[in-house]
Design a protein around this ligand. Structure first.
Ligand SMILES: NC(=O)c1ccc[n+]([C@@H]2O[C@H](COP(=O)([O-])OP(=O)(O)OC[C@H]3O[C@@H](n4cnc5c(N)ncnc54)[C@H](O)[C@@H]3O)[C@@H](O)[C@H]2O)c1
Length: 270
């Protein structure tokens, strides 16, 4: 039996992964401050504040893989991200180290590289260009996870989740969409992949228009099936209207919040 601890299991990603990752040879230890409903077979529920590192350490007993999802998951004032995206990420990594966990999967975000132009291809080597304070917290989380890989031998996967939605709802998502099925498949691969050191992978579906290159991680065996192009007509006819900054950047709306710079200049910079 493989025991997988999921932080933030009551959230949007967590609810989908809870169902999608369930298997007879896995125990899912689901952790959140919010209600998790009733436990299904092979589930262990933990309602708690994961920023409490000693308590979190105890919950990592017997855990093989941590899927760290809990976060403040959108752009906000600078101070909003400290307790969750910095302190909680540290607590999760440190508790995993102390408990001897072997593998850590970090839900990062495309917002870590959000100011790269939407029409230019980025790969895992793209320089950090966070879309704002939220993206900055994901850059920091990836860096901290890298320390735990280098210094403590934790196998780390950072998944830069793009737009995790049932279907694309605006023109940017024709490029950035990650379907629920492909998201489950990607996190499943990160759990089951051969032992590795540290890698970054983009969480996107097989969208014709995507400009995120995962070719460095072919060994992972992630082969997405869905393509946002299927919804192109629907998106063009009924999709949400978005502004110019949102439509031209990988990070979309997060780049637009409080934007008073020069978009042409920002997009020309590399
Ligand atoms: N949804 C997306 O499209 C998307 C895109 C990019 C990255 N991500 C990343 O994926 C992860 C999950 O995102 P989401 O959309 O499911 O977010 P969400 O806000 O729906 O879920 C986060 C969960 O974390 C829990 N949580 C918050 N503070 C906690 C604490 N102190 N202790 C324990 N649990 C706590 C919340 O109760 C919530 O259930 C986040 O790290 C987010 O940054 C999501």
């Amino acid at each position: 039996m493989k025991r997988i601890l999921i932080t933030g299991a009551a959230g949007r990603l967590g609810r989908v992964l809870r169902k999608g990752l369930a298997q007879p040879d896995r125990i899912l230890r689901l952790l959140d401050v919010a209600d998790l409903g009733d436990a299904a077979p092979n589930e262990e529920l933990r309602i708690m504040d994961a920023t409490r590192i000693e308590a979190l350490h105890r919950e990592m007993d017997g855990v093989d893989v941590v899927l760290h999802l809990a976060a403040y998951p959108e752009e906000a004032g600078w101070e909003r991200h400290f307790p969750l995206n910095y302190e909680l990420t540290y607590a999760a990594l440190e508790a995993a180290r102390r408990a001897g966990v072997k593998r850590f999967v970090f839900a990062s975000s495309v917002q870590a590289v959000g100011f790269h132009p939407l029409n230019e291809t980025i790969d895992h080597k793209a320089r950090p260009r966070p879309s704002g304070f939220y993206g900055t917290s994901k850059v920091a989380g990836e860096a901290l996870a890298s320390v735990y890989a280098d210094k403590h031998g934790l196998s780390v996967a950072c998944v830069r989740v793009a737009s995790f939605e049932e279907r694309p709802t605006d023109v940017r998502m024709l490029s950035t969409w990650l379907s629920h099925e492909d998201g489950i498949h990607l996190f499943d691969r990160c759990i089951e992949a051969p032992r590795h050191h540290y890698f970054v992978v983009y969480g996107i579906s097989a969208n014709t228009q995507s400009r995120m290159d995962n070719s460095h991680a072919e060994w992972l065996g992630y082969s997405p099936k869905d393509n946002a192009e299927t919804y192109r007509d629907e998106v063009l006819r009924h999709g949400d209207k978005i502004g110019e900054v949102a439509a031209r950047t990988q990070g979309g709306g997060a780049c637009e919040i409080r934007f008073d710079g020069h978009i042409e200049q920002a997009l020309r910079a590399s």
